[in-house]
Write a protein that binds this ligand. Structure first.
Ligand SMILES: [Zn+2]
Ligand SMILES: [Zn+2]
Length: 274
């Protein structure tokens, strides 16, 4: 058993990889179950890119692939919602109309400004940026419930380092105290390696905080947009999760969780290749 619960294909605006190539890479890595998590980011501030998702076309291709590879790998229909406080009603409406196995709730845009372009970080200190990012996330988890896990919860670190040793554990605890009783979780997102953070997101201190708050729902995802990032460094990630004391990795079917003992997970093939 080995799962990658965060990957994109060319149904996401920022990936050009056909779904089938991501599936073949997953099989080559020794994965037994994956979830595509294509982007939907309403009102993304960069006008040159649109993170809408053609859900009927996505569903059709996914069903085709599921049938073709059904004896080799389990493929789930997921989505990554780029939430913002003022968009939550629209996302609620979408979720009431559509069926997904797995939903990641992510913040890519705060204060209506793009993190990726750096606009969000202009005219405020790194500390103010982190605080505002987590405040918006806190607002979203209090007011939106139709998701399973929070994506790359400390994404701000990818774009801006702090001048101080501030850890934002107070506001992160507040977030965890909302999501844990709701039955939601967080992910270990391996793209931190690819983006030079030297490890997955979130960092270990946040993972320990989540555990201390009683968090148990945990997924592992590569956030791969290209085949060679699929399952990246999962062996190391699983070891670090174990060392913190987590006992299970979670998968989802129709938004319902299943818990798999970490001890029963396989190691990835060629796990250190990138
Ligand atoms: Zn994301
Ligand atoms: Zn993603």
């Amino acid at each position: 058993m080995l799962f990658d619960y965060h990957m994109h294909s060319n149904f996401s605006a920022d990936s050009e990889t056909p779904m089938e190539e991501m599936i073949q890479a997953s099989i080559n890595k020794g994965l037994t179950e994956i979830s595509f998590t294509e982007h939907i980011d309403y009102e993304y501030p960069d006008p040159t890119i649109s993170f809408d998702l053609d859900i009927p076309a996505y569903t059709e291709e996914l069903n085709k692939m599921r049938e073709k590879y059904k004896d080799i790998i389990t493929i789930k229909k997921g989505v990554e919602l780029g939430v913002q406080p003022y968009l939550l009603e629209r996302y609620d409406k979408l979720m009431n109309e559509e069926d997904f196995d797995f939903v990641i709730c992510s913040i890519h845009t705060a204060d209506k400004k793009d993190l990726h372009s750096g606009d969000f970080f202009a005219n405020r200190t790194p500390e103010e940026s982190y605080q505002l990012y987590y405040e918006e996330l806190l607002y979203c988890v209090k007011n939106f419930k139709q998701y399973n896990i929070l994506g790359h919860i400390d994404l701000v670190k990818r774009y801006k380092s702090l001048n101080s040793k501030a850890d934002f554990h107070d506001i992160l605890s507040e977030i965890f105290k909302v999501i844990i009783p709701d039955g939601k979780g967080i992910e270990l997102n391996a793209s931190g390696y690819a983006y030079g953070l030297g490890g997955p997101m979130p960092t270990k201190d946040i993972l320990e905080l989540y555990k201390d708050c009683g968090g148990e729902v945990l997924t592992i995802g590569s956030d791969a947009h290209v085949p060679h990032h699929v399952g990246y460094n999962f062996t190391e990630i699983i070891e670090s999760i174990k060392s913190i004391g987590f006992k299970y990795i979670t998968t989802f079917d129709q938004m319902k969780p299943s818990f798999h003992p970490i001890n029963k997970l396989n190691k990835t093939q060629n796990s250190n290749e990138i």
